[in-house]
Design a protein around this ligand. Structure first.
Ligand SMILES: [Zn+2]
Length: 687
């Protein structure tokens, strides 16, 4: 662990438009909490910051969908997320929100500084504007007919029916989803972070981060290899942190409705939350020590979908601002799947944290996720593995050891600590194992290898359980009471050590151990002293309690069935669609022919459409196809394709299209043209 005076740890700001699920927890939150709790036990100066991300288009859309004000949406989910975090034991020093006044001012002054240092460029371009609502429309606020599949309700950035990604200009008959008005093109000006120009500085900095996880560096390098593009840092939206008015005015731009783009203000949320924390500490300047002192170490815990923002874009902002430290590490996790499938919020295919906490213990989830964390590759959460981790490890090993130790003491030593006598070899091994475990677990956590940390911990508990068996105190009690007392004394020392070492992963269970040991808070809070047992013979213990009750099969079955119902509902929908069968005569009405592409060019003023000239036997036709995102015009020349040749001609953006090219699209939005297996005469019928 490098030599730093203090550490600032952040977890990705959850977006306040829905509840949290286990995938979020495994990605950015649990690993950060484990790390921070460990740092606190190591008596390091550490501050742990998070908060709700409350700006951006999805929140506005949600508000519109529910017919309420965006503030109502963020108030609801901020409260819900904060409560779920608390119940899971997330030990943030401060949990803020990006709708706060401090955040607004911090973001605006950050923007001002970059603007004063001439770090932005501005670009003016035509964008769609809702003349009735009186503001520019984000892509999501525009709907219209999809040029690829003719779905009527495609969004300006994507068609949810065929999955293809679109830009608003591609839509046929576009409409504002706010007022249903026809949007008009209007000139607008935006501020850009010139990442193309900053790229060499970023590359130079990234090259010094060889200690980062290989999967993180791999993704960063592929972004750099592809070349960064300038990114707009402002947006025309009625919801968000407004651009400083004097800057807008100086640029001759109307300030009203001009806000910071959410990707720009969200990471600044870490800074504003730290400021609010400092105020709460009664030392308003304290935040500067963590953000602006070279001896401070900044660590961002995130999921892999946030790598580009935390490893390139936010560092570029910090770098160009000049007053801040850059992240020392960004231990991003990969994704967590659920029962072998992708988690999906929109399909309700998820284990929701607030629902989980109604039915199970927080520590069981913390342990299951920690033991199976998606550190370097995607991992899978399954309910049966969750049950096995709880029943076979937490209950049968750790819980059993603690329970039998204190039940025995209560029965035969009057509930007080037995005296320690002469140690034999096995006793010596127990003492040595405690010290070694402290070092091994600590090293693993310091290098963000949480799975390994939980393995070392459970190995120690497993040894403890076996020690109890091997010592057979139920026998030595009758044969040599001093040997029996020593064994039980050491079992208590082991319980104490486990109580210290389990705190990062199992904080609630550690609380139960503390109660059984009848200790106060300050007596089990030093990682280095896990092996320095503080109690003297005769100390009276608290009530013995079962620390982990087994989870019954029935409870697990209910959870698995709920997920299967989600999947089944989708399957039966797919089957219903299959049921809409047609006759051979109906099929014969569609004339399919092989065509050869002889010319291809982009259709003017569109990003997704290509204008193709195709040869169909003796006949030549023009076809407009929404494939520009997938094929370069030059690569298409000479390619044979299948066209629907008797489709009614249609006008697309002023150009005639006399047919449709067959292509397959998948759920990820990939598109592939259907082509004959080998060359065949153009005009041949396809049946
Ligand atoms: Zn479509």
């Amino acid at each position: 662990m490098p030599d730093y005076k203090r550490t600032l740890v952040t977890s990705a700001l959850p977006y306040a438009n829905g509840p949290l699920h286990v995938g979020h927890i495994a990605g950015a939150y649990l690993p950060a909490d484990i790390y921070v709790r460990y740092c606190r036990l190591k008596k390091r100066d550490v501050v742990f910051i998070c908060g709700s991300d409350e700006n951006g288009v999805p929140i506005m859309l949600r508000a519109r969908f529910e017919g309420v004000n965006p503030q109502e949406i963020v108030d609801r989910y901020h409260a819900m997320i904060e409560e779920s975090f608390a119940r899971l034991g997330m030990s943030f020093d401060y949990y803020g929100r990006t709708s706060s006044a401090v955040h607004r001012e911090t973001s605006r002054s950050f923007f001002r500084k970059l603007n004063d240092k001439k770090q932005f460029i501005t670009k003016s371009e035509d964008q769609l504007y809702d003349p009735e609502a009186g503001f520019f429309l984000a892509d999501r606020f525009i709907f219209g007919e999809c040029p690829n599949c003719n779905y009527e309700k495609a969004y300006g950035d994507q068609c949810e029916k065929c999955g293809s990604s679109l830009s608003p200009a591609d839509l046929i008959n576009p409409r504002s989803s706010i007022t249903n008005a026809k949007p008009v093109l209007k000139k607008t000006t935006h501020w850009y972070l010139p990442l193309e120009k900053i790229q060499p500085d970023l590359e130079n900095w990234i090259n010094q981060q060889s200690h980062w996880r290989p999967n993180v560096l791999g993704q960063v390098k592929s972004w750099l290899d592809a070349g960064l593009h300038d990114r707009a840092v402002t947006r025309d939206l009625p919801w968000g942190v407004s651009v400083p008015e004097e800057i807008a005015e100086a640029a001759g731009v109307e300030a009203a409705g001009k806000v910071l783009y959410v990707w720009f203000d969200a990471p600044i949320g870490y800074i504003s939350a730290t400021k609010e924390w400092a105020q709460q500490q009664g030392d308003p300047q304290l935040w500067k020590k963590y953000w602006q002192d070279k001896d401070s170490r900044l660590i961002h815990f995130i999921g892999k979908d946030n790598i580009v923002f935390h490893c390139l874009i936010f560092p570029a902002m910090l770098m160009k601002h000049g007053d801040y430290v850059l992240p020392e590490n960004v231990p991003a996790n990969e994704f967590l799947n659920l029962e072998g499938q992708k988690l999906s919020t929109s399909r309700n295919y998820a284990v929701w944290l607030h629902e989980y906490l109604e039915k199970f213990e927080p520590d069981s989830l913390r342990y299951a996720l920690c033991s199976n964390m998606p550190e370097t590759k995607d991992a899978d959460f399954s309910w049966s593995e969750f049950q096995a981790r709880h029943n076979n490890e937490l209950a049968d090993i750790l819980g059993n050891f603690v329970n039998r130790t204190f039940t025995f003491i209560e029965k035969y030593f009057d509930g007080t600590l037995p005296p320690k006598g002469q140690l034999d070899a096995l006793d010596g091994e127990l003492v040595a194992r405690i010290s070694a475990a402290g070092e091994n677990i600590g090293r693993a956590i310091d290098s963000f290898q949480f799975k390994e940390a939980s393995r070392h911990f459970m190995d120690l508990a497993r040894f403890a359980n076996k020690y109890f068996n091997d010592k057979a105190p139920w026998k030595s009690r009758k044969e040599n009471i001093s040997v029996c007392a020593t064994a039980l004394h050491l079992c208590v020392e082991m319980t104490y050590a486990l109580g210290v070492l389990m705190q990062p992963v199992l904080p609630f269970t550690a609380g139960k151990i503390r109660k059984i040991l009848a200790l106060d808070e300050r007596q089990m809070d030093d990682w280095e002293k896990a092996a320095e047992f503080p109690l003297a013979a005769g100390h009276r213990f608290g009530q013995v309690e079962i620390i982990f009750a087994k989870i019954e099969d029935e409870k697990i079955r209910t959870e698995i069935e709920r997920l299967q119902q989600t999947t089944n509902a989708e399957t039966s929908k797919a089957e219903r669609e299959q049921d809409s069968q047609i006759t051979i005569d109906e099929f014969a009405q569609i004339q399919l022919k092989v065509a050869e592409i002889v010319a291809a060019e982009p259709l003017k003023e569109t990003k997704k459409l290509l204008k193709l000239q195709v040869q169909l036997g003796d006949e030549k036709r023009q076809v407009i196809a929404g494939i520009a995102g997938f094929y370069a015009p030059a690569d298409l020349i000479g390619k044979q394709v299948v066209v629907v040749s008797n489709l009614k001609p249609a006008k697309l953006r002023g150009d005639i299209s006399e047919g449709m090219i067959l292509a397959a699209t998948d759920a990820d939005g990939q598109l592939s043209i259907i082509s004959p297996d080998k060359k065949i005469k153009p005009g041949s019928a396809v049946k």
